[in-house]
Design a protein around this ligand. Structure first.
Ligand code: ZN
Length: 318
């Protein structure tokens, strides 16, 4: 299952009984995926068509319009023309008088003309604070928007979250709403659609928290920790490589010194300990101090060995 599907599945499990939030979520879905149809021209009754490829989503809002408003509604199913395997589920609310009242209640009929809806879908130019009664509804709206047309990439691959909007007003509204939660989402246009998106892992995390996808949030955080850890491991490996280089340089210097000392006959008069050190170093030029120290008959510390090697280098200088 894709990460997007997982997030949506988690969101679909959120069932609030609060009417305000259910309305807000439905409004978001409507603005993401819906269209208003009018029977008999401009003066006719408005109806609603909202399409999605997610059957559970269509059922969720079918149930909602039945429970909240007792509207006549149905779900139509057809195969997608674009993707052979996917189906499109359309929630159809046939034209009926109550729809106009509901759209007005949702702030969707600025001048009593639902026709304007398909062109602007703007909640009558009102700000975020005026549209929602409470923070609960703001979150519900963001949740509905993501359910309707949201996408989030698998954090193991990349950090990318986007919500595809039908029009620029909806996009600006989402940006403003996200900003309420200190989410600095960006806007771009693609093939006539408006994308509200984010590529920052922390902000994606915050967004998942705001909409209530806590399971997905934990998954993302785990991936982040794993990625950070593997970055640190890489850093340690690089650091070790640098140390290894230093070790090799030092060992070569020591070997050269011992060879010079031997050539000048300087090894003969040395203590047994120094002679042993010189011999072991010559035989094992590639070993680090710690590894070399283990080769001694009598145990010797790394520091002790270092001092002996320094002494040899010093003698070679002299
Ligand atoms: Zn609410």
């Amino acid at each position: 299952m894709s990460f997007t599907s997982e997030v949506k599945e988690q969101l679909l499990r959120i069932n609030t009984s609060k009417r305000c939030c259910r309305e807000a979520e439905f409004l978001a879905f409507l603005r993401m995926s819906g269209n208003i149809s009018l029977s008999g021209g401009r003066d006719g009754q408005p109806g609603i068509l909202a399409a999605t490829s997610n059957a559970a989503l269509a059922r969720r809002y079918f149930k909602l319009v039945k429970e909240l408003w007792q509207l006549r509604a149905e779900i139509l199913m057809r195969d997608s023309q674009h993707f052979k395997k996917s189906r499109i589920y359309t929630l159809r609310i046939p034209p009926q008088a109550e729809v106009r009242q509901i759209l007005a209640r949702l702030g969707q009929i600025p001048d009593g003309n639902p026709w304007a809806l398909n062109h602007s879908f703007e909640p009558a130019g009102r700000g975020v604070g005026e549209v929602f009664r409470g923070e609960c509804c703001q979150r519900a709206y963001l949740r509905g928007a993501f359910l309707g047309n949201g996408f989030v990439s698998d954090p193991k691959r990349s950090y990318h979250l986007e919500i595809v909007c039908q029009d620029i007003y909806q996009a600006h509204f989402l940006l403003a709403l996200a900003a309420v939660y200190q989410l600095n989402f960006k806007l771009s246009e693609r093939k006539g659609h408006f994308l509200v998106y984010c590529k920052d892992s922390t902000q994606i995390s915050d967004f998942l928290n705001v909409i209530g996808a806590h399971g997905a949030l934990l998954q993302l955080e785990n991936v982040k920790i794993m990625k950070d850890t593997s970055n640190n491991v890489n850093r340690v490996i690089n650091c070790d490589t640098a140390n290894t280089d230093k070790t090799i340089d030092a060992a070569q210097r020591q070997v050269q010194a011992i060879k010079r000392l031997a050539a000048a006959g300087g090894l003969v008069g040395l203590s047994k300990a120094l002679q042993e050190t010189a011999a072991l170093r010559l035989e094992n030029p590639e070993l680090s101090l710690l590894e070399l120290a283990r080769l001694f008959d009598k145990p010797i510390s790394k520091a002790g060995l270092y001092h002996r090697l320094q002494k040899l280098e010093q003698l070679a200088e002299e």
